[in-house]
Design a protein around this ligand. Sequence first.
Ligand code: GTP
Ligand code: MG
Length: 602
Amino acid sequence: MSVDSSPPAQRLNLVIGGHVDHGKSTIIGRLLADTGSLPEGKLEQVRATCLRSGKPFEWAFLLDALKDEQAQGITIDAARVFFRTASRSCILIDAPGHIEFLRNMITGAARADAALLVIDAKEGVQENSRRHGYMMSMLGIRQLAVLVNKMDLVEFDRAAFERIVEEYSRFLDRLEVRPAGFIPVSGREGSNIARRDPRTAWYQGPTVLEQLDGFVPEPPPVHKPFRLPVQDVYRFPQQGDERRIVAGSVDGGEARPGDEVVFYPSGKRGHIRTIEAFNRTPPDSARAGEATGFTLSEQVYVRRGEVATLAGQPSPQVTSRFRASLFWLGQRPLIVGREYLLKLGTARAPMQVEAIHRVINAATLEPNQGADRVERHAVAECTLALGRAIAIDLPADGLATSRFVVVDDYEICGGGIVREALPDRDAALRDKVQLRNYKWEASLIPVERRAERYGQRPALVLITGELEADRKSLARELESRLFETGRSVYFLGIANVLYGVDADLDRTREHRQEHLRRVAEVANLMLDAGVILLVTAAELTRQELELFGIMVDPELIETVWVGPHVTTDIGFDLQIPAGTTAEGASLVEDLLRRQGIIPPPS
Ligand code: GTP
Ligand code: MG
C-alpha cells in the first residue's frame, strides 16, 4: 500500500537497472537519505549497528533495514521505495535480479515512466548493462538516464567517464534509444545525486534529482481505450447480496455507470450499474491507474482473465496465435513444441512456440542464424500458439494487455511484447460464439439461485473413450442414479441430436465439427438451465475438446475416458480403465462430488 497521496499525474514511476554490484542499491539508499525520505533516526541507527558489529557501513543496508520494517509500511513495500524530489514524488522499483527486473517491468503495479541505468566507472559496460538496456527499450521505456557510478574509484576522471558515454551510446544507438543524459556520480560519496560535487566541475549537466524532475510522467492513460483485466469476481451471498462485483486494475481509459461493457474473449456484455470502492464513497468513474470494481445491470458471468472494454471503442484482438518479441532467461532454452504457461494481464493460457523467426544476443546484438531454440539471455522473435484464445492489444497503445511473461515449470523464465495478432484455426467459430454471447438474453434468475434450488452446479460431463467401449450404458446408469438422488440430470443421446438439430447434415466425417458445434450449443442451453448434462462421443480429440471449451464455459466441463487404452491426444479428468458399469458410475459420482457439482452423500 502506498502512503503517497499526491495526484498520480505528478508521480513518477521509475525502474533502476544495471550490472550486479554496480551500485543500484547504494544509489537508492543515497536518494532516500538525501531527499529526507528515511524515517527519523534510521540512518544513525544503521550506522550504529554497523559500528557495533564491526562491519563497514553500506548504503544498501538502509534498504534491508527498511524492508525489515515493512510491517510499518512507511517508505518501502516489497521492491518499491518512495521519495520526493523538488517537484514531485517518485516510486522506484529496485529489482535485484534479471527475472525480478523483467517481472516488474511487465507485471509491475505501475508502468515505468523512466529508467535509471547504473554503470560502474571502473568496471565499465558489462553484459547486464546492455541486457537491461535492451529490455527497457523492448518494453518501450522512452526516458532513460545513465548513471556512471563509483566515479571516486577513477578519481573523478573525465576521460574515464567519456569512454563509457561513448561506448554505451553506441549500443543504445543501435537500439534507437536516445538517453536523456549520462551523469557521473558516486553513490557512496553522494556526488551529483542530490548535490553537485566540485571534483566533477567539468560536468555541466543535471544531478540525478534534477534529471528526475526533468522526466515527464506519462499521463495516466485515461484517453486510451478502456481496459480492465478481470482480477476476480466477488459475491457476498451471506449478506443476501446478489451483486457480483467485477474487480481489477484499470489499465487504460475510463468508464462510468451506464456505459456498455464488452468482455473479451467471450464477447459477453452488460451495462455498468455502479462503480464500487472499498471503504470510501463510490467514485463516479473508474479511471486508468485505479484498482476498482463495478457491478452490472444484467446477470453476466465472467471470470478472471477476461478483459472488460467499452462498446464503441477500439476492441482488443482475440486470438490464440500471435507474433511476439521475447526475452528469455530460463536455465533451459526455450524450444519449439514444449508446453509453457503464458500470463498476459490476468489471463493464463498454455503456450507453445510454433516458430522461432530470429534470435539475437541481447548483449552483443549479434544475430544467431537459423536458431531452433532460444538460449538464456537471448531475445527472439517468435510465433506463439496458445491452448485457448485470449484478448491482446498491440504495444503502440502502451496497454498491459500487450505484455506477457512465460512460465516454465512454475517459474517466470521470459517475457515480452505482442507484435502482431495472427489468424487461428477457431476464429470463425469464436466469432459465432461472441455474437451469440453478445446477443444472449440473460435470465433474471441468478445462476446461484438455480444451483440452490436444484442442489447442484450445472456441468457438462463428456463421456468419451475407445471406439468399442460401452459409453452409453455408463451414461444411462449415471443418469438414473443421479436422478434417483434428486439431481436434475439429462443424458443427451447422440441420435436425439443427429436426426433433429442435425437433420440438415449428412453423417459424413466432414460434418463432425459442425455436429459437435451443435451438440455444444445444445449443451450450453441446458447448462444455462442448471442441468447436469451427460454427452457421449467416441474418441474425442484434444482439439475437439478445445472446441467445446470455446462454446461452453470450460470450467463446467468434466471429461471421462472409458477404456484401458487412450487412443487420442485428449486430456481428461477421469479414466475408467475397466470394470462394471456400476463401478464406473460410482467413479464418476465421486468425481462430481470432488468438484462440488453434486453434494456429498447424506
Ligand atoms: P546488486 O543488487 O547485488 O546487483 O548490487 P547493486 O548494484 O545494488 O550494488 P550495491 O549498491 O550493493 O553496491 C555494490 C558494492 O559497490 C558495495 O560494496 C558498495 O559499497 C560499492 N559501491 C556502490 N557505489 C559506490 C561508489 O560510488 N563508490 C565506491 N567506491 N563504491 C561503491
Ligand atoms: Mg542491490
